[in-house]
Design a protein around this ligand. Structure first.
Ligand SMILES: C[S@@+](CC[C@H](N)C(=O)[O-])C[C@H]1O[C@@H](n2cnc3c(N)ncnc32)[C@H](O)[C@@H]1O
Length: 303
C-alpha cells in the first residue's frame, strides 16, 4: 500500500502563498512527514533550488523519500529534531534559506499505521514516541509518575477538566498491573469521566492522549526552541510558516512572531481552513497557520 495516500496535507495553498516560493530559492520543510507539503512546493515552483526535508521519525522519512523520488536532485532529507536545523544547514554548507515550514503535530501515518499507540481506537503498545530513539515512552509516564504530577500533566497539556480523577484511576489500576496498551488506557480514561460528561464530538480519552503525546515528545519545548533559533537561518525577506493544532502551540507562535525584533508577522489572526477543506479533511478543523517575514537589516534598525 502506498502510505503517502493516507495523509492529506493541511492548508497547502495557504502555505505555498505564505512561503512566497521563488526560482532559485532554498526552502526547509522542518516537519516533512509524508512529504505532502514538500511535494506541493516542488510542483508549484519547479525552478526552486532545493527543499531540505527534516523529520525525526524515520518511518515518515522513508515515506517522504518514496514520494519525492522524482525530485531527488532537488531534495535533501535528513533525520533530525527541527530544533537542530541550523546545524543541518551548516553541515550541508547552506548559509541561509528563503522559507521554513513547520507543520507540527502528528501525521496520519503515525496515528493510524505506526503501531506506537497514538490512537485510542487501537490496542497497541503505549509508546507515543515520534522519534523511535527517544528515551521516554508514554507507558513510562503512566506507570511511574506520581499521581499529582500526572494530574498536572493531563490538565495542562490536555486542558482536561477531569485530570485529577483520571490520574487517580490510573494510579489505582497500575497498583494492580502496569498499563501497557493504548486500548487499556483509553477504556480506563473513559470510565474515569462520568458518562453524562462524555462529549459527542470527541472520544473521552482525546485530551489525555494529547497530553501524554506532548509530554513524551516535549512538543512545546521543541516548538519554543525552534521559534527562537530558526529565524536565524532565514535570508532577509525569508518566510517562516507555522501550522499548529491546539491553542497552547498557537499562543507560542503568536507571541514569538510578535516579540522577535527580526520578524514581521504577516498574519494578524491565524489562517484557518475553509468549510470545504474541513469537510474533506477533518484534521484541518483545528489547524492554524501563522506567517512571518524576516526583516531586512535596515528595516530592522528602523523598527
Ligand atoms: C503533521 S505531520 C507533517 C505532515 C507533512 N507536512 C505532510 O504534508 O506530509 C508532522 C510531522 O512532524 C514531525 N515532527 C514533530 N515534531 C518534530 C520535531 N521536533 N522534529 C522533527 N520532526 C518533528 C512528526 O514526526 C511528523 O512526521
Amino acid at each position: 500500500m502506498d502510505n503517502s495516500s493516507v495523509h492529506v496535507s493541511v492548508l497547502s495553498e495557504e502555505v505555498l502563498d505564505g512561503l512566497d516560493l521563488r526560482p532559485g530559492g532554498i526552502y526547509v520543510d522542518g516537519t516533512v512527514g509524508m512529504g505532502g507539503h514538500a511535494e506541493a512546493m516542488l510542483k508549484a515552483c519547479p525552478d526552486l533550488k532545493m527543499v531540505v526535508g527534516v523529520d525525526w521519525d524515520d518511518g515518515a522519512l522513508e515515506i517522504a523519500s518514496r514520494r519525492l523520488a522524482g525530485w531527488h536532485e532537488k531534495t535533501l532529507l535528513v533525520k533530525s529534531n527541527f530544533v537542530n536545523i541550523p546545524e543541518v544547514l551548516l553541515a550541508n554548507e547552506i548559509d541561509g534559506v528563503d522559507g521554513i515550514l513547520l507543520d507540527v503535530g502528528l501525521s496520519s501515518y503515525q496515528l493510524e499505521r505506526s503501531g506506537r499507540g497514538f490512537s485510542f481506537n487501537t490496542d497497541e503498545p503505549l509508546d507515543m514516541r515520534m522519534d523511535r530513539f527517544g528515551s521516554v515512552m508514554a507507558s513510562d509516564l503512566v506507570n511511574n509518575m506520581p499521581q499529582e504530577g500526572l494530574a498536572e500533566l493531563i490538565r495542562s497539556y490536555g486542558e482536561e477538566r477531569w485530570a485529577k480523577r483520571i490520574a487517580r484511576r490510573i494510579v489505582e489500576q497500575r497498583g494492580k498491573a502496569p498499563i501497557l496498551t493504548s486500548g487499556e488506557l483509553a477504556r480506563l480514561v473513559a470510565r474515569a469521566i462520568p458518562r453524562k460528561f462524555h462529549s459527542r464530538r470527541i472520544h473521552p480519552a482525546t485530551r489525555t492522549f494529547q497530553a501524554l503525546r506532548i509530554a513524551v515528545n516535549r512538543e512545546l519545548d521543541n516548538l519554543k526552541q525552534a521559534l527562537s533559533v530558526l529565524p536565524g537561518c532565514l535570508n532577509e525577506g525569508g518566510r517562516f510558516c507555522v501550522i499548529s493544532f491546539h491553542s497552547l502551540e498557537d499562543r507560542l507562535v503568536k507571541f514569538a512572531f510578535r516579540d522577535d525584533p527580526g520578524l514581521e508577522p504577516l498574519t494578524k489572526r491565524p489562517i484557518t481552513a475553509g468549510d470545504q477543506e474541513v469537510a474533506s479533511n477533518p484534521r484541518a478543523r483545528s489547524a492554524k497557520l501563522r506567517v512571518a517575514r524576516k526583516k531586512r537589516k535596515n528595516q530592522h534598525s528602523l523598527s
